[in-house]
Design a protein around this ligand. Sequence first.
Ligand SMILES: [Mg+2]
Length: 182
Amino acid sequence: MSAIKLLVLDRDGTLIEHVPYLHQPAEVRLLPGVREGLAAARDAGLTLCLHTNQSGVGRGLFTLADAEACTARMIELLDLGPAPFARVCTAPEHPDAPMVYRKPSPRFARELMAEFGLAPDEICYIGDRGSDLETAAAAGTRAVGVATGLDDLAAELRAAGLERFPLFPSFREAVEHVLSLR
Ligand SMILES: [Mg+2]
């Protein structure tokens, strides 16, 4: 296998506390070890990208600008410079709408492969939901799960037949695993 060169991070439940339909920047809270984990990955030369489902936009609960303001607040709290993520994909679709970028759509991952000239196994998703790892399965990338969200990820992966993806209790441990593969 090739070395992992690019991480695609989920936002809610992975980098920040999962507040359902978060749309207030004041409610953004980093999860423990996330800043250190992202810094370690970046220092190891990995490109960081963000892929977040924000169906609250499609549901009319808040605007895309609200979702982006929360991402901006997260970036401020991370304190890793103004643009720690090389690409950010915010998927606004309602779950019943045609899937464009909404995970588990592999579209964003495929665009990253083309843009950065990477093979599927040079990309690794990190997320707290089955849909994050389903995205990886659909795109053929690698993935690791973090049990830091609101749902029972192990149960979701069993239900989806995705037990092959490793799970970690914290973001930092997930990143250490990724870096150990290099
Ligand atoms: Mg999540």
